[in-house]
Design a protein around this ligand. Structure first.
Ligand SMILES: O=C(O)CCC(=O)C(=O)O
Ligand SMILES: [Fe+2]
Length: 286
């Protein structure tokens, strides 16, 4: 049973882990530093799209021009250390201890209106089918207002129920961040037949709110037919103590042969989690 917690105070890493690794969703409303982060992302997005209304820019620009600008905006956010610092402060505002935290990369997801852009979203997946890291915690925030028709969706019923999937044969060529998203590639492992019935929970939060969930949750993108483009940012964290102590969500159906510690770098000093051989991690190539 998934509960949704609206947490107006802070949770330390252990308290947060107790909820998230049990399948609960945690919403931190009005996180202080998130306003400045959002302003920064908005500035980068407007600059790249050359508009004051990014949510309708897809209708104003030629398709290739638009997709190029989106790619640039995504890269700008991924490289922008000022934005990263603000996002880290926002995570710390929720109680996260930066000294113990590794993250992957700050990913701007742009989901335009219309079926032809569906590849910019994701099908149902658990991130852990790819990362094989059960302490993985996902953070997600909208940059502009969203609706139930323009958001992320969860299948709480499948938290503890195995579903057939392609995690055993999925490989790093589909590595997230490679740009495969907009080419409609299999960015994460997929559901395999038989397709389960997936009762959905679409989560609508405000810009400035942060949604936190286990990477082991079955989740995906609501197809955007809302008439406006969705802009959201996601990042994944690992708490070193969780990894060292083997804390995390249960694995109900992941069959990846490797764990992708190398996707995660320390939020302050940038050292790779893979290089922390003191943990006894395999340090082999992808
Ligand atoms: O934003 C979405 O639609 C999907 C996000 C996602 O899969 C993630 O944050 O791991
Ligand atoms: Fe995901």
């Amino acid at each position: 049973m998934t509960a949704i917690h609206v947490c107006r105070g802070t949770l330390d890493d252990e308290e947060r882990g107790d909820l998230v690794f049990a399948g609960d969703l945690v919403i931190f409303p009005g996180v202080t530093a998130l306003d400045a982060f959002r302003d920064r992302v908005d500035e980068l997005v407007r600059a790249e799209l050359g508009t004051t209304d990014p949510e309708s820019a897809q209708f104003a620009l030629a398709p290739t021009e638009y997709l190029d600008a989106v790619r640039e905006a995504r890269q700008r956010v991924r490289d922008d250390t000022a934005a990263h610092r603000l996002l880290l402060t926002a995570l710390e505002n929720t109680g996260l201890a930066a000294c113990d935290t590794y993250w992957d990369w700050v990913h701007l997801r742009v989901l335009p209106h219309g079926k032809e852009h569906a590849g910019a979203g994701t099908n149902w997946h658990r991130d852990t089918w790819a990362s094989n890291l059960y302490a993985q915690t996902n953070w997600w925030t909208p940059i502009y207002p969203i609706t139930a028709g323009r958001t992320i969706t969860f299948s709480p019923a499948q938290w503890s129920e195995a579903v057939a999937n392609t995690s055993s044969e999925w490989g790093p060529r589909a590595y997230r961040g490679s740009g495969a998203e907009n080419a409609g590639g299999a960015v994460t492992p997929q559901l395999a037949p038989p397709q389960p019935t997936v009762p959905e929970l679409q989560v609508v939060i405000n810009p400035g709110d942060l949604l936190c969930f286990s990477g082991a949750h079955l989740h995906g993108t609501v197809p955007n037919e809302s008439g406006r483009t969705r802009f959201s940012v996601e990042v994944r964290t690992l708490c070193r103590t969780d990894v060292e102590q083997g804390r995390g969500a249960p694995n109900v159906d992941g069959h990846a042969s490797r764990s992708r510690h190398q996707w995660f770098h320390h939020v302050v000093d940038g050292t790779s989690l893979r290089s922390r051989t003191a943990f006894g991690f395999r340090a082999g190539p992808l």
